[in-house]
Design a protein around this ligand. Sequence first.
Ligand code: HGY
Ligand code: MN
Ligand code: MN
Length: 433
Amino acid sequence: MSDQVLERGGQRTLDIDPGRLLRRIAELARIGADPATGGITREGFSAADRAGRAYLMDQARTAGLTPAVDAAGNIVIRARPPGSDTPDSAERQVLMMGSHLDTVVNGGRLDGAYGVLAALEVLQTLTDSGRDTACEPVAVAFANEEGALFPQPFWGSMAVAGRLAALPREPADHHQRPLREALRLAGGDLDALGSVCWPAGSIAAYLELHIEQGPVLERSGSRIGVVEAITGRTVLTLDIRGSAGHCGTSPMTGRHDALTAAARVVLATEHLAAERRLCRVATVGRLDAHPNTPNTIAGAVRLTVDLRDTDIWRLTGAEQALRRMLRTVETATGTRIEVTAETRSDPVRADLRLRAAVAHAADALDLTHEALPSGAGHDAQVVADLAPIGMIFVPSLGGISHVPEEDSRPEDLVAGARVLLRTALDVADGTVL
Ligand code: HGY
Ligand code: MN
Ligand code: MN
């Protein structure tokens, strides 16, 4: 039962149901799992992602909660059907908790999924307890946070924050398949994105529980991470257009080889961060060549650039340096390079009051904790447009993530969810903000 009590120094408080949380994490991890690699692939708006979303909504209904899908494909889970609130409760602000269900390709079972299932567990625990709270707790699974198939990362949280009003182009996946149908199959509607935006002031706070995905907590031995800031992130899609041709009959001079142009871009992107240190990290993670045939000169290449830094001016400067470099590559290779900004997410700082609440909750649970920045991006940095944000980390074994070996100790997963519950209780009771 979720209303187990947790005795802590004599104090009796509400507790989650650890077995139920760990069971759901294990069940969800089977969806999109590749037995050959042990990795999980549930790219945003893919069939596997839809299966993971269906699992979450089934669990919510079985728990007596009400899941709903908004036009961007976000899953919003409430204790009662929308509109069924009593007049006074209808005015209540929301305490939003959540993360994302979609994964990278061949990724891990915890990135995103842990935070969503912990949010569900906390919502279920609070609802079952029958407590009246000043804020209405809500659990959210943001759609397509990773941008693994449709390369607009933070898609769902950007819609909630009203950032998708003017789409740079008709969203399509890396194979040019339009998003419209995939979004519809997930319950969304590309023509109704404006309805997804939450009104200013409607969210009292947003809390996201997540694995650290880095080595800091494991090395220090702290059980809980109190996130102080989230890195800024710029994700660009580059379309390089050259001239395809026969690789045997085309002389080396006069070629407009899109793949050699791409190679220059890949190495120059690494150079921006590794040698020139213009930003903290710079990565080309995906590259699709066309026609991608051994004996044909590539006529077109699409690749992604991911730049990160905690300083917005360094991030901006790195992007400008990249764009200057692209002009040089165009001239040297006779290709044209078109740049689309998929997302520019500023670095954000967590709310000091929420940081203090997370630290207080960890103390109450006798859990050691430390403040640390996040090198990973999170929906929280977009929701920060609308509300104060707080993030809670638990240690990642080996400090690795986005790989099948991504893992955390069960006791840490439970501890993190307990900190989320205790923090949510304080925020929902109106004693924090
Ligand atoms: O890329 C990131 O930092 C996150 O995993 N989406
Ligand atoms: Mn991730
Ligand atoms: Mn994540």
